[in-house]
Design a protein. Sequence first.
Length: 95
Amino acid sequence: MEQPDDQGKERKQRAYNLTLASVAGQVGFITLFIIFIALFGGLWLDRYLNTKPFFTILLLISSIPVTIFIMFRVVKAATDRIKPIQRNSSSEEES
């Protein structure tokens, strides 16, 4: 009788782990994307305006709060989609 319950718990744990892995992957990809955009945008602006390290450093430093804000939004959106497990009180009383 415990086998179906154990399988259900394993499925829920696996789904939870996959959700965490997908959130970590999204956050990592978005972070790298923002950093590369800031780096290449800064290098391009420095070359175009002939201000060697100024815009590269400025954009890289300003990308930190942007990255943190976007990571917060992605994680918040993912955790809002996770629904808590609702326990059925009648099935617990029968056990």
